[in-house]
Design a protein around this ligand. Structure first.
Ligand code: KDG
Length: 338
């Protein structure tokens, strides 16, 4: 009888503590509005992942954490949103790591030409300790890096000529992301590198302010660059990550429960975004061709010549991030599955 009483008491105590904890956890989640900005349009891979992130956060917080997503740079370009997050005027965003170099120079390591040879390598390094280390460099600048999404391997489009060999870059006014490594890389190739924010890119192509640009297939498709570009030359010259960031000023004001909900949802969005982006990329080339672009695959020999020519830009990366970090990334790549 006594044992039964003790068990009943233990169960009651346990039950009330779980109930208390769940009440406590529920209290730890306040009703909040989260403004999440991004640069591509709503029906892009970036937009679909933003929608999923908002749904996951709402589901896990019983609707208390409401994320409102803003597409097409409607809250500003990457760098304008980064400043808004640092100032606490906006809560979250996703954008290119390349546009963060002016804030945390360590991010430049991901701009290294030909750094990753496969998505598997990229996932291994970005989601591993060195990817976290680079992300942590944002903290002292007022940003919190949550996860990396996939922008993807970048390829060239332009209106002058198909790029089949390095010399074909000569004289092409090529828009690049506003970032020293991208500017150096394409100057080395012989192009006239023109840094512009993504939000100005379509108009610059349409008005012929620039002849070409470079982006993953997904973006070429979702941003309809095929409407204003003739040639697509497949180089896969660099793998671009996107990074989901939060305002540190805002993030530090969240409870551990709220931070956990957002981080878990961000990890789910990362895995789903990569799957979605890769599936779309497999179909994108055929769709881009259907829209009238002439596609050429640059030969391995010519890609090798480009790799050689890009070497001074790699030195720019090393000068920017420091040899130790650059070597740590190389060491992680060597451990990555092929
Ligand atoms: O929000 C748009 C950014 O993600 C942008 O960096 C995409 O790859 C990009 C580019 O070329 O600017």
């Amino acid at each position: 009888m006594k044992r039964l009483f003790i068990t009943a008491l233990a169960v009651t105590t346990l039950g009330s503590s779980i109930a208390a904890f769940s009440v406590q956890a529920a209290d730890d989640v306040r009703s909040r509005m989260i403004r999440f900005g991004y640069g591509l349009n709503e029906d892009s891979n970036q937009g679909r992942a933003a929608k999923l992130l908002a749904e996951e956060i709402a589901k896990a917080s019983d609707g208390k954490l409401k994320m409102r997503t803003f597409a097409s740079a409607s809250l500003g370009s990457d760098d304008q949103m980064q400043n808004a997050l640092m100032g606490g005027a906006q809560e979250m965003m996703v954008g290119s790591t390349a546009t963060l170099v002016g804030i945390a120079e360590e991010m430049a390591v991901w701009d290294t030409p030909f750094l990753f040879e496969s998505e598997k390598q990229a996932d291994h390094v970005l989601d591993g300790p060195i990817g976290q280390k680079v992300m942590d460099a944002l903290q002292e600048k007022g940003l919190v890096g949550l996860v990396y999404w996939e922008n993807g391997f970048r390829n060239l489009t332009n209106n002058v000529r198909p790029v089949e060999k390095m010399e074909d870059f000569n004289g092409i006014k090529l828009r690049v992301m506003p970032n020293p490594v991208f500017i150096d890389t394409f100057k080395q190739m012989g192009a006239n590198a023109v840094p512009l924010p993504f939000s100005e890119l379509f108009t610059a192509l349409e008005t012929k302010a620039v002849d070409g640009q470079e982006n993953p297939y997904n973006t070429i498709l979702s941003s309809k660059f095929y409407e204003v570009q003739k040639y697509l030359s497949v180089t896969n010259h660099v793998y671009s990550p996107w990074i989901v960031t939060a305002s540190k000023r805002w993030w530090d004001g969240l409870s551990a429960t709220e931070q956990g909900i957002i981080m878990d949802a961000a990890k789910k969005s990362r895995d789903s975004e990569r799957e979605d982006t890769r599936a779309e990329a497999r179909e994108a080339l055929a769709q881009i061709e259907k829209h009238g672009m002439a596609i050429n695959k640059v030969s391995p020999e010519e890609v090798q010549r480009m790799r050689e020519q890009a070497k001074p830009a790699i030195q720019t990366v090393i000068d920017t991030v420091g040899e130790p970090l650059f070597n740590e990334v190389q060491a992680e790549i060597a451990k990555a599955p092929k």
